[in-house]
Design a protein around this ligand. Structure first.
Ligand SMILES: *Cc1c(COP(=O)(O)O)cnc(C)c1O
Length: 213
């Protein structure tokens, strides 16, 4: 079932778009089923759950931290995390840098941009992100690999497309200068619109593993 779902999604994704299987709340066995189908990128949104699963599961899995990350928890994932999607403050970026240096690593991160109408979602405004990127501070332990965003939770496809397009435009203006390679946008309900706008990485949970409790 899980393998079939992955297959179906991949058929609808351009080859160059990376599929991150969002496995939050799902069991180690469910993840193994996806892994056995060839899936290596998995996303989690809680540090403790991510760390526990990383301990129990094969070492070649690439773990993506996709949720809001508290600074005091960065140290738990810094030794192994593959990509941190939700960098939403300069202070968090500094902490990731510090922990990366401590672990002798360069950690790839994405700057999260607030593109949705909802006020509850985390992220920089375009203007704040521009300020951060213009400072052009060099981090020894962090590589800003690109941007991440979540569209408004709505049935209005025009609204969603507009938000993804805005993020894609902003990404395009910084891509060369910053050597960006990742634009993370698109979930189960809106990934087709995200890919349409130029997403290079989609984060899909319920369409692979079924709905969460
Ligand atoms: C849960 C989550 C997803 C996946 O959501 P689905 O609708 O199940 O595909 C993607 N991105 C983030 C940041 C999430 O928290």
């Amino acid at each position: 079932m899980i393998a079939d779902n992955i297959q179906k999604i991949k058929k609808n994704l351009p080859k160059e778009v990376t599929l991150v299987a969002v496995s939050k709340t799902k069991s180690v066995n469910a993840i193994l089923e996806a892994y056995d189908a060839g899936q290596l990128d998995f996303g989690e949104n809680k540090v403790q759950e991510l760390s526990q699963k990383a301990l129990e599961l094969p070492k070649n899995i690439r773990w993506h931290m996709i949720g809001h990350l508290q600074r005091n928890k960065v140290k738990y994932i810094a030794p192994f995390v593959h990509l941190i999607h939700g960098v939403d403050s300069a202070r968090l970026l500094n902490e990731i840098n510090k922990q990366a240096v401590r672990n002798n690593r360069i950690i790839d991160v994405l700057i999260q941009i607030h593109i949705a109408e909802e006020s509850s979602k985390f992220g920089f405004s375009f203007q704040e992100a521009e300020t951060l990127l213009t400072q052009n501070e060099s981090y020894q332990g962090v590589r800003i690999a690109g941007l991440m965003g979540m569209a408004t939770f709505t049935n209005d496809e025009n609204q969603i497309q507009k938000e993804f397009n805005a993020l894609a435009d902003f990404y395009a203006t910084w891509k060369v200068k910053q050597s960006f390679s990742v634009l993370s946008m698109g979930m189960s309900n809106d990934f087709a619109l995200a890919v349409n706008a130029g997403s290079t990485m989609v984060r899909i949970g319920s369409l692979i593993f079924g709905s969460r409790n």
